[in-house]
Design a protein around this ligand. Structure first.
Ligand SMILES: [Fe+2]
Length: 212
């Protein structure tokens, strides 16, 4: 049984802007399947580029576009559960506790003037979110009764069951189908660990850390 809860200083120094910079600069791995952002409809036509000959996936944003997107929009990177040894170990700790396949999504927001693209929403997986840089307000509401309703841009009049300003190192547990809203109080970056199991035989990712 996973319950909504907040823990202060649960995981200090999980991941930093410096470590994220190293990943973003190795931008060629940030293919469109992995780097996710909701852009205005005219963004691509107003920011044209020609991929150089060595780029394998020609849809991959080049570094100057990636920088612009990260500075101006809310975006996240999927399938990052092995991106550092510490994040890999944290994902393993969730898998050890719940026996559910776990990913890591790195969320970033550096522009304070834009709203969260999903508004109040609920997810189909459980989540542990670790605040890594800056401060984010998180509100969590009790589980929805109808899981088939539209899962985003919800209007909820009740008071949230959790309402916390998360600082670096703090963590929050949000069970599946619990609506939540993230509001950046400062430029911020967090790592969200979604986990769910729908089939008994689903494998867990190998967590051995390769040392050469
Ligand atoms: Fe969410």
């Amino acid at each position: 049984m996973i319950t909504a809860k907040f823990e202060k200083d649960y995981c200090p120094n999980l991941f930093s802007w410096k470590e994220l910079s190293d990943i973003v600069n190795q931008y060629i791995s940030l293919t469109p399947e992995r780097f996710k952002v909701n852009l205005p409809p005219d963004y691509i036509s107003t920011h044209p580029w020609i991929a150089d000959r060595w780029t394998i996936n020609k849809q991959t944003f080049p570094s100057h576009i990636l920088k612009d997107i990260i500075e101006e929009h809310v975006c996240y990177i999927k399938e990052m559960s092995r991106c550092t040894e510490k994040i890999n170990a944290f994902a393993k700790s969730i898998e050890d506790e719940y026996n559910m396949p776990t990913d890591a999504h790195i969320y970033m927001c550096r522009n304070m003037s834009i709203d969260h693209p999903f508004g109040i929403h609920f997810d189909k997986s459980h989540n542990v979110i670790v605040q890594c840089e800056g401060e984010t307000n998180f509100k969590v509401w009790d589980k929805v009764e109808d899981e088939k309703q539209q899962p985003y841009q919800m209007n909820i009049s009740e008071d949230p069951i959790l309402n916390v300003d998360m600082k670096s190192g703090d963590a929050i547990w949000i069970p599946k189908s619990f609506p939540h809203l993230a509001t950046s109080n400062t430029p911020r970056m967090s790592v969200s660990f979604p986990f769910i199991r729908t089939h008994e035989e689903e494998p867990l990712r190998n967590r051995e850390w390769i040392q050469l």
